[in-house]
Write a protein that binds this ligand. Structure first.
Ligand code: ADP
Length: 270
């Protein structure tokens, strides 16, 4: 009552004994909401000044060589650094906004039919161009299926997984994007045969800003929010993320969708 939220846990002993533990989590929820709103507002407010700074830097660097008195190389390098750091901040702010939008909107996402095979093809093409010939790509698609969800959210989740595979694996690695039909749902897997991730890190990978190797992640342009975004997108699709990896074993990131998220009539014809 009173708009309060009570969390209750009931343990049943034998036939007629029950242990009920109830906890008022209203205050906790309000605090959490305040935190989310704060992050969303700050990220939003930071966007405009960053766009202005990055616009001026771009113009300056474009014109640096065309001026009558050329800009000294040391100054140009410094401005180049400012530009790349500004871009990093922009990605971070964009990811923070994406994450807080995912956290604050409805628990479940839309149920629009999404052609998952077409989406995989699109992501595969983008990733190949990002890798610029440094990796080999394999695309494996089971029978066509339609997932009920939000195409933009799914695109962002799968792109994050494939971009990570490009970022964190050495040249020559094979990256596979696989869509599997499953009797109880569907799976999209991103598999690489790179260096892998030590098992001890796996359970914490989807936490915000958790990185296995911080300097490598920062250098490669990661914000530390990619897998947190993936996890939230999947949660909103009643799906889950499974991660399998170990040192020297490559990595598999598996998105498992339940049958309730497959469009009726899009199942196998055989
Ligand atoms: P980031 O922005 O740092 O990439 P993510 O949440 O996307 O943040 O990933 C968290 C960490 O997981 C990365 O910093 C990296 O150490 C590790 N990681 C993710 N994908 C892979 C992969 N395919 N191979 C090895 N390490 C990975």
């Amino acid at each position: 009552h009173d708009g309060r939220t009570i969390e209750a846990r009931i343990t049943v002993f034998g036939d007629n004994e029950r242990l009920v533990l109830a906890r008022d989590v209203t205050r906790l929820q309000r605090l959490e909401q305040t935190r989310r709103d704060f992050v969303a507002n700050v990220s939003h407010e930071l966007r405009t000044p960053l766009t202005v700074v990055s616009g001026y830097l771009e113009t300056f660097l474009d014109q640096a060589d065309q001026q009558e008195s050329p800009v000294p190389p040391r100054l140009k390098r410094a401005f180049g650094q400012m530009q790349s750091q500004t871009r990093r901040m922009q990605s971070l702010v964009d990811d923070l906004l994406t994450l807080s939008r995912l956290e604050t909107s409805e628990r479940q996402t839309e149920r629009q039919p999404v052609d998952i095979a077409a989406l995989c093809r699109e992501i595969h093409t983008d990733a190949a161009s990002l890798s610029n010939g440094r990796h080999q790509f394999t695309l494996s698609l089971d029978e066509h299926r339609t997932i009920l969800g939000d195409a933009n959210e799914l695109r962002s989740a799968l792109s994050n997984l494939v971009i990570n595979a490009v970022r964190y694996t050495p040249d020559g690695t094979t990256i596979t994007l696989r869509y599997l039909d499953h009797p109880r749902g569907a799976m999209v897997e991103v598999i690489d045969d790179g260096d892998g991730i030590p098992k001890t890190h796996l359970s914490r990978l989807t936490e915000r800003f958790y990185r296995v190797d911080k300097s490598r992640s920062t250098q490669s342009g990661g914000t530390g929010l990619g897998l947190a975004i993936v996890k939230h997108v999947l949660l909103r699709h009643d799906a889950r993320l499974e991660i399998e990896s170990d040192v020297g074993q490559g990595a598999t990131f598996r998105c498992v969708f339940p049958a309730s998220r497959l469009a009726a009539g899009s199942s196998r014809l055989t």
